[in-house]
Ligand binder design. Sequence first.
Ligand code: FES
Length: 102
Amino acid sequence: MGKIIAGKVSDITPGKMIKVAVDGREILVANIDGEFCAVDDTCTHSGASLSEGELNGNVVTCGWHKAEFDCKTGKLAKFPAKIRDLGSYKVSVESDNVFVEM
Ligand code: FES
């Protein structure tokens, strides 16, 4: 599919995460200490929007039942049950634009 613009660097400040829609998929884009990463926004447990949860360092915590995922890899970090990892996507920055590569 290629590169899709996710937003402006200046709008996704360190510690912030946003949700963007890319071709019908919802993707979470986060700025972790100046490094951007992108994973699926939909929690693999029951479908909550992870961008409405909390970001601490590189870990996003789901607002519904507190599953924790690593935003850099999409891997499940902590949850009592085994649930799927998130899809993770490459991110690039050109001038003031953040792109997600699908
Ligand atoms: S929907 Fe995310 S932990 Fe349940």
